[in-house]
Design a binder for this molecule. Structure first.
Ligand SMILES: [Fe+2]
Ligand SMILES: [Fe+2]
Length: 255
């Protein structure tokens, strides 16, 4: 680290290091406005100053060379292996559902219930995740994934589900779900598929044995039966959520 770097704030230093790396890249990689927002910055990458900074270079309009390469026609399994930041929680939850003999629909729902968090976005992850999978799974699975977001916060004594202790340590003892979550919970509670979503919560345990062996290979057949993999590749099939998968595939594409 040089003198210049030492006098900078953490985020300035990160930017400077990134910029140094960028000079080695063939294409100019950009960040989406949302990436800045998540750092508490209201900023955006604009073309003229960046083009001036990297003369003779063009913006990246495809794959990000820093990320693992993906096949031309990616499958859900490819996203699990090369894009999702972590799969342990999903696999543990699905393994728990499998080992306790729950219906395959529930196992599949558990396997994908938090895919939005591991690939895309935290806030309202149930809704984003449900939209990502909706064109490819049974309607009930997508609904259950959407609603688990709200159900997680509400106990159901009849099935032995109580408010997660983890949430007390994560959000503080005084946290109360916002009104839109409360309303969603009430809608879910009255719905015919309520129990499917509740079962996601029942399997959504954070205190699994960390040494338990979980393996995506154990779920490839279940995915095959419950996820309609598009032959064009996930992201290129013109479905209502294809763009979401493409964005995860190419997160630094300029447009
Ligand atoms: Fe979740
Ligand atoms: Fe979860």
């Amino acid at each position: 680290m040089n003198e210049h770097h030492r006098s900078m704030t953490m985020s300035e230093r990160a930017d400077a290091l990134e910029e140094e790396k960028m000079h080695e890249m063939e294409r100019i990689l950009t960040r989406s406005t949302f990436a800045y927002l998540t750092e508490g910055r209201r900023e955006m990458d604009t073309s003229p100053p960046l083009l001036a900074k990297y003369p003779g270079r063009y913006f990246n309009m495809g794959a990000d060379p820093r990320l693992p390469p993906m096949p031309d026609k990616p499958t859900l399994v490819d996203y699990f292996r090369h894009r999702f930041a972590s799969t342990a929680h999903l696999l543990q939850s699905a393994t728990h559902a499998l080992k306790t003999g729950q219906p395959e629909k529930v196992v599949m729902a558990c396997l994908v219930h938090d895919i939005a968090i591991v690939s895309f976005i935290r806030c309202d992850h149930g809704y984003w995740g449900a939209q990502m999978i909706e064109p490819y799974v049974d309607e009930e699975i997508a609904w259950a994934v959407k609603m688990h977001q709200a159900l997680r916060f509400f106990p159901d004594e009849s099935v032995g589900y109580s408010y997660p202790d983890l949430y007390k340590s994560l959000f503080g003892p005084d946290y109360r779900p916002e009104p839109y979550i409360v309303e969603e919970y009430q809608r879910a509670r009255a719905h015919k598929w309520y129990m499917t979503s509740r079962l996601i919560c029942m399997n959504d345990i954070y205190a699994f044995d960390p040494s338990a062996k979980v393996d995506l290979d154990d779920f490839v057949d279940i995915i095959g039966r419950n996820f309609k993999q598009p032959k064009e590749g996930l992201g290129f099939d013109n479905s209502p959520s294809a763009h979401m998968w493409r964005t995860i595939l190419w997160p630094t594409r300029f447009l």
